[in-house]
Design a protein. Structure first.
Length: 265
């Protein structure tokens, strides 16, 4: 785990030749907090533009593509950790969170405790220090998960949608057919569609297609892989099938999307 402020992040990026305004796809968590007396922070996550208001938080998950905007005009703190550092990650919000009232006070207190322990490296063994940080980070994440207008919805751990969601993450480059997932999981395609509609408001096929499109966009923007190579990686028979699929869902060709997302067109 690491904790850095925006100034240190800019310094590290300069030393390593990293353009923070460009697309990044780290394999670790970023919990971004804008200080209450700072300027808002524009920040894009998976090609959706957000603004983190003063006092706000944004959780960027491993594998997401994100880009900082106007970082020099804001101030804040970023908590970074590898997957598995905390035992359970509560579901992160998809948009910036701005706690208010008693929830804000509880989140701020949890953050202060984490920062104090992070700075107090020498008073315990390294093993005890890391254990303490894990616990305090878990408390902060739980506080944030319950700091919105409503508590996070309870979803059965082994529900049809939960199982379908996990299977899609594992196999979306292997098969694009809901019927294959249904057969693998022991459900009917209709059951998966009903469960996905209930959980997300979209059909199982729409959910699966959206995951494929998102991965395509991540690869197009964050890598220089050829469109044909991305098509093979995502399980399309031909580059033409991939281009047709991508255009259907995005309205642009893969290479046009890449150029526009990178600002080269």
């Amino acid at each position: 785990m690491d904790v850095i402020d925006f100034t240190e992040l800019r310094s590290r990026a300069e030393r390593r030749g990293i353009d923070l305004a460009g697309p990044q796809r780290p394999d670790f968590h970023h919990l971004i907090h804008v200080h209450a007396d700072a300027e808002p922070l524009p920040h894009a996550v998976d090609f959706t533009e957000h603004v983190v208001e003063p006092g706000g938080w944004l959780w960027v998950r491993p594998g997401q593509v994100h880009q900082y905007g106007a970082l020099t005009r804001s101030r804040g703190t970023i908590v970074i950790w590898r997957p598995g550092f905390v035992t359970v990650d509560p579901p992160p919000p998809d948009i910036p969170l701005l706690p208010a009232g008693s929830a804000r006070d509880a989140v701020d207190l949890a953050m202060r405790h984490l920062l104090a322990d992070y700075a107090d490296l020498g008073s315990m063994t390294l093993e005890a220090h890391n254990r303490s940080l894990r616990m305090l980070l878990a408390v902060l994440l739980l506080r944030l998960a319950h700091a919105g207008e409503a508590p996070p919805p309870a979803t059965p751990a082994d529900s049809p949608f939960e199982r379908f969601q996990a299977a899609v993450e594992r196999d979306f480059t292997r098969t694009h057919r809901v019927a294959d997932y249904a057969a693998d999981l022991g459900y009917s395609a209709r059951t998966l569609t009903r469960a996905t509609l209930s959980a997300t408001g979209r059909s199982a096929k729409s959910y699966l297609d959206a995951r494929i499109v998102l991965e395509a966009k991540r690869l197009l923007v964050h890598t220089d892989r050829a469109s044909a190579d991305i098509a093979r990686h995502l399980g399309f028979s031909t580059p033409g099938d991939f281009s047709k699929f991508f255009r259907k869902h995005d309205g642009r060709s893969p290479l046009t999307f890449r150029a526009e997302a990178r600002g080269t067109r």
